[in-house]
Design a protein around this ligand. Structure first.
Ligand code: GCU
Length: 673
């Protein structure tokens, strides 16, 4: 049965019309990454060609892999590896001893493994192999998954089952799935993983858990993946028995230093800490009237001698009642620019609220030139229908990365370029993705959610890549290379996220999901403990209009953007209306670009979102001949659920807003039964 366990690494035999010239693999490397590379190539080539292709001697069309120092053949051919850098590779067809060969070469072992995955992808996507000359290297240094996995096995905002880390049986039992996890990640260039939830438990820093973490680190190491831990800021109290966690207290500093030394004794290449501090009730330096920089720098100092780094999150809520949550992170962090140690990155969500179906880019990007800002995307779909609704996030990530910050007043300083370090000359750079991985056989809770993991990795490697091209690769590798399948599926993926935005939060509306779990509509919720948790706080609908005024007349969050970026959203008449109600409170009778009133447009967009799901569902039904029965049914069932729930979103939202707007439905739109 096809259960999706193989992800995009299926390696099923290619059809007769496509030729794989490779006959043997030449690899002299003996280090773990080179062994992993040779094994992967053997597995991939054998599976794809339907013949046994082993590591052996040089033959015509052999594939030679290695670095100049691990392979005499590569050294002899002496390829130009200057552009491959630390982690990149080249793939080239050439000749050796008068034989045609393909070489996969790199400066370092890990680059060879990445090159092998790229070569296998060429076959999996049926690219010609006869004349290759590829050089590739990542544009971002830290490409990291964030697991929101708790030590009790649950996963915060996880929709793919319980955690894949079997904490109880670690460090002794090392499940084969740990290796498969590493293979999948390495295949898209992911080189780090934070094992535990940002809402963290200090026990994860205890000696027993350090040993468990070390076992995972050992398993991942051949695949170039470092482990990191979320560090609870108050751990010196809970784990260390101290009276305080004040970052300027010498005993606290000594505790963290000793803790770092202890971790590095077990895990010499430990990556470092991820920290959520003074946010949603988590402890942090502000508990002691210290700044985020004080807290981050203390940890940075402890990690520094070992080469570790701190990823300090900017997703913060202040305790005082804010006038607009949108502004908090920027307000707390902007003034700290220049105060962070050189092994600290500040990790910023793509938007200023919280992973909504659509958000404008976070105003911190481009606003803190002296601090490396790491992007944080959510792969798990907390606000986009969990793992049953189909929403391809590659297109979402690309939209965020392509946004122009106009940093320094200059056009072209996109979020991607800020994150790559290209705008402010940072070499320490990173992208994080909140993982959607769990114990489900298909890892991600649904087949199409695998695409979001895949796309995250590809865009972390190259933030300027095309999400459409990535979807195309993924669909081919995961399902079928038949053009009659690929084209409609890629089109469907590329519009799928917009469809979700249409039936959940059209025209810039946001945070309308039901409370707590964030599943399904709840625009009417108005009774939560904090005003800024209530959906009514975000849509501000009344009989006259709807939307959050973030202009000067309102919260003035717009002022956090550079003037040129702000200008794009300043004028309802000219702006991209998909952000309209994010920035403006607009009368229901206002005429939008389509010529309809805003009220009519809201109804029409909700309806369009719902009917677009029906279109997706029908499209998928027509693709049955190209997909195995198990995965076809699994996707079809999810689309059935999504269709039902998109109508639920439409009907509940339209009925609720109509109870406020008191306007009739536009002609042709009927009230729900
Ligand atoms: C969201 C999410 C929480 C999470 C938080 C965070 O608010 O709902 O579960 O802890 O983001 O990113 O820290």
């Amino acid at each position: 049965a096809e259960d999706g366990y193989d992800l995009w690494q299926r390696y099923r035999p290619v059809e007769a019309g496509y030729a794989i010239p490779a006959t043997s693999i030449v690899s002299e490397g003996t280090t773990p990454p080179l062994i992993a590379a040779a094994q992967e190539l053997e597995r991939g080539l054998s599976g794809l060609s339907g013949k046994v292709i082993e590591v052996g001697t040089l033959r015509d069309n052999a594939v030679i892999i290695g670095t100049p120092s691990s392979s005499a053949a590569i050294a002899l051919l002496n390829p130009d590896l200057t552009k491959a850098g630390e982690e990149g590779f080249i793939i080239r067809t050439t000749r050796l001893n008068d034989r045609p060969v393909t070489i996969i070469a790199a400066n370092r072992d890990i680059g060879v493994l990445y090159g092998v995955f790229e070569y296998l992808k060429l076959i999996q996507t049926r690219q010609p192999l006869t004349s290759l000359n590829i050089t590739d290297a990542p544009k971002v240094k830290l490409r990291v998954l964030n697991h929101w996995d708790n030590l009790d096995g649950s996963v915060e905002r996880g929709y793919a089952g319980t955690t894949i880390w079997d904490w109880w049986k670690l460090p002794d039992v090392r499940h084969p799935r740990y290796t498969d996890y590493a293979r999948a990640n390495a295949s898209v260039g992911i080189n780090g993983t934070v094992l535990n939830n940002v809402n963290s438990n200090a026990v994860s820093l205890s000696p027993a858990y350090i040993a468990k973490t070390a076992a995972l680190a050992d398993t991942f190491r051949p695949y170039g993946i470092k482990v990191y831990l979320s560090a609870r800021f108050s751990a010196p109290i809970e784990e260390g028995g101290l009276k305080t966690a004040d970052p300027l207290d010498p005993q606290v500093r000594a505790w963290w230093k000793a803790k770092a030394d202890e971790i590095y004794a077990a895990i010499p290449d430990f990556g470092g800490f991820l920290v959520k501090a003074n946010s949603e009730g988590q402890p942090g330096p502000q508990d002691y009237k210290r700044s985020h920089a004080d807290g981050a720098n203390m940890l940075a100092e402890a990690l520094k001698p070992h080469g570790g780094i701190v990823m300090w999150r900017a997703f913060v809520y202040s305790h005082e009642k804010p006038d607009d949550r949108h502004k908090q992170a920027y307000d707390e962090f902007k003034a700290l620019d220049g105060q962070f140690a050189d092994n600290v990155l500040v990790q910023v969500k793509n938007g200023a609220i919280d992973f909504q179906p659509r958000e404008p880019f976070h105003p911190m990007f481009g606003a803190m030139p002296k601090t490396p800002l790491m992007m944080e995307f959510q792969i798990t779909k907390e606000y986009l229908g969990f793992s049953t609704h189909l929403a391809y996030l590659g297109q979402y990530y690309e939209e965020a990365l392509k946004a122009d910050t106009f940093a320094g007043g200059k056009a072209g300083n996109t979020v991607a370029k800020v994150v790559e370090g290209a705008v402010d000359n940072h070499t320490l750079t990173g992208i994080a993705g909140v993982a959607n991985i769990g114990m489900d056989r298909n890892w991600s809770g649904s087949d199409f959610d695998q695409a979001n993991w895949y796309a995250f990795g590809r865009l972390a490697w190259n933030p300027q890549a095309s999400s459409r091209a990535i979807a195309d690769d993924w669909a081919r590798m995961t399902f079928s290379n038949d053009p009659a399948f690929v084209a409609p599926v890629v089109d469907m993926m590329m519009t799928s996220r917009e469809t979700v935005a249409d039936y959940m939060t059209p025209l810039g509306l946001h945070h309308l999901m039901d409370t707590g779990h964030h599943y399904g509509p709840g625009p009417w919720v108005d009774n939560l403990e904090r005003a800024d948790w209530n959906p009514v706080y975000y849509h501000k609908a009344d009989i006259n209009g709807i939307g959050f005024d973030r202009m000067k007349t309102g919260s003035n969050a717009i002022a956090q953007y550079t003037p040129k970026a702000a200008k794009l959203w300043a004028e309802p008449k000219t702006m991209d209306e998909r952000y309209l109600l994010w920035f403006h409170h607009v009368p229901w009778d206002y005429k939008v670009k389509s010529g309809r009133t805003l009220w009519d447009e809201v109804v029409v967009t909700y309806s369009k979102g719902a009917s677009d799901v029906t279109t997706m569902r029908n499209r998928w039904a027509s693709l049955k001949p190209y997909v195995d029965a198990d995965r076809f049914e699994a996707v079809a069932t999810n689309l059935m659920i999504q269709e039902r729930e998109a109508r639920w979103w439409r009907d509940a939202s339209v009925a609720y807003f109509q109870s406020i707007s008191k306007r009739p439905l536009p002609a042709g739109y009927s009230a729900p039964e």
